[in-house]
Design a protein around this ligand. Structure first.
Ligand SMILES: CC(C)[C@H](C(=O)O)[C@@H](O)C(=O)O
Ligand code: SF4
Length: 466
């Protein structure tokens, strides 16, 4: 009780159905092209309008190509979904950030960076990684397509209130350890179902000292621990990040909003259904070795041996290793790789490009590596160019692509071929996620950069500039 989650949730309750779900008011609905078509079809079938069109923002991101965005998608299914979103937005009078325009990008990158996602809000989208927006101090979670229809029609949703969990990360992170490593560490500790049924508040000195980009990465991966969502109480870092953003309040309205947002924290006497604490000093740069994001190790570590795995999980563990082409007990440092992907709503922000470039500095891309460097949005791309990171990376043999979900999931042209190893800054390493038969090793932008210049799984700490 008296948690920040309770405060935001309770202030959005329209009514509680006796022994049933809560009707919750939604401040923002985001829609992309993959999970919205049937929702719009449903509205048409029922002759309904969108109830609060000014609170709905749409953009294509999954299917769009990361090259030649002026042309239609080469893949007919993708092209159809992108065109259908355009038509639906026009028909229902919704704001759309169309592909190949300055406000487009991956929704979970665009929402916070435009100031559409603000502290204290309830935010939903037909996409599991909606948890990302929790980094600004919002209650944000993914919903299904029938729920998208419900929110379009009523700006409300029916939900069971989740349980609350607080994860405190004490101490400080060592050099070369990023928010991504924190998330991969938490997933390995909790497993991919460890937070099922909970909404997580991240707290403690490590989180307080994290940049907004880092917080967005951490909250992004909440869903991969099974959590309904994850969020961080807004503070000066949040306010500094949001100030002046296009859709954030301005002038007097800004001052008033910040005064209100300062109240958004869990009480000192807050009681959580579950409390966990970790020490930031225990976290090393990490990689995954298996086919779910919880199957991870420190980069200097080894794949578990069979006797380290619970008997009930041994069969799936071995299946996973067979897919990945790794052996139990194997050290992965030095293992050759073929592809590197920097991007996604996990690590497609400016700080991620700065981190990647900092490792690359003074080196060249390994000739055998195919590297896809994909900004999460056009705004990120613009900043990359303004900072000259594009020139720096191009001189080292890299090319920057146009924004989109890209190789995060094989729904567009950027697919990793079967059997090839990809070090990827995205959030999922499931079988076939980056292409049929593709082998994904999840990691931070620093680890991805070290792999890109050596052609192997490498410890980025060896390349950190003093
Ligand atoms: C396509 C969409 C439904 C999906 C999600 O919900 O997460 C995708 O974004 C993903 O990352 O797997
Ligand atoms: S970047 Fe990846 S994880 Fe994020 S929304 Fe797109 S497909 Fe999903």
């Amino acid at each position: 009780m008296n948690t920040l989650f309770d405060k935001i949730w309770d202030s959005h309750v329209v009514q509680v159905v006796e022994e049933g779900p809560t009707q919750l008011y939604i401040d923002r609905l985001y829609c992309h092209e993959v999970t919205s078509p049937q929702a719009f079809d449903g509205l048409r079938r029922r002759h309904l309008q969108v109830f609060r069109p000014q609170q709905v923002f749409c953009m294509p991101d999954h299917n769009i190509m990361t090259h030649d965005q002026g042309s239609p998608e080469l893949d007919p299914v993708g092209r159809h979904q992108v065109e259908t979103l355009d038509k639906n937005c026009a028909e229902f009078g919704l704001t759309e950030f169309k592909k190949n325009t300055p406000e487009n990008g991956v929704i979970h990158v665009v929402g916070p960076e435009t100031g559409l996602s603000l502290p204290g809000m309830t935010i939903v989208c037909g996409d599991s990684h909606t948890s990302t927006h929790g980094a600004v101090g919002a209650v944000a979670f993914g919903i299904g397509t029938s729920e998208v229809e419900m929110v379009l029609a009523s700006q409300c949703i029916l939900q069971q209130k989740p349980k609350s969990m607080r994860i405190t990360i004490n101490g400080a992170l060592q050099p070369g350890v990023t928010a991504k490593d924190v998330a991969l560490y938490l997933m390995a500790q909790l497993s991919t179902s460890g937070a099922t049924g909970y909404f997580v508040e991240y707290a403690g000195p490590v989180v307080e000292n994290m940049s907004m980009e880092g917080r967005l990465t951490l909250c992004n991966l909440s869903i991969e621990m099974g959590a309904r969502g994850g969020f961080i109480a807004p503070d000066e870092t949040t306010f500094a990040y949001l100030k002046g953003r296009k859709y954030a309040p301005k002038g007097e309205a800004w001052d008033k909003a910040v005064a209100q947002w300062r109240q958004l924290r869990s009480g000192d006497d807050a009681v959580f259904d579950c409390e966990l604490a970790f020490d930031g000093a225990d976290i090393e740069p990490r990689i995954t070795y298996g086919t779910n994001p919880g199957m991870g190790i420190a980069i200097t570590g080894s794949v578990p041996t069979l006797d380290e795995v619970a008997e009930s999980e041994q069969a799936s563990f071995l299946k996973s290793l067979r897919y990945m082409g790794f052996e139990p007990g194997e050290r992965l440092l030095g293992h050759p790789i073929d592809y590197v992907f920097l991007g996604a709503c996990t690590n497609g922000r400016i700080e991620d490009f700065r981190a990647f470039a900092s490792v690359v500095k003074g080196h060249k891309k390994a000739p055998n590596v195919v590297a896809w460097l994909v900004p999460g949005s056009w705004a990120v791309l613009k900043q990359i160019q303004e900072e000259g990171l594009d020139k720096q990376l191009e001189a080292a043999g890299f090319a920057i692509r146009q924004p989109g979900c890209s190789a995060c999931l094989a729904m567009n042209d950027d697919k990793v071929p079967a059997g090839k190893y990809s070090v990827s800054t995205s959030n999922r390493n499931f079988e076939g996620r980056q292409g049929p038969g593709a082998r994904t090793v999840l990691a931070s932008p620093l680890v991805a950069a070290a792999a890109a210049i050596t052609g192997r799984i490498s410890d980025p700490r060896e390349f950190l500039q003093a």
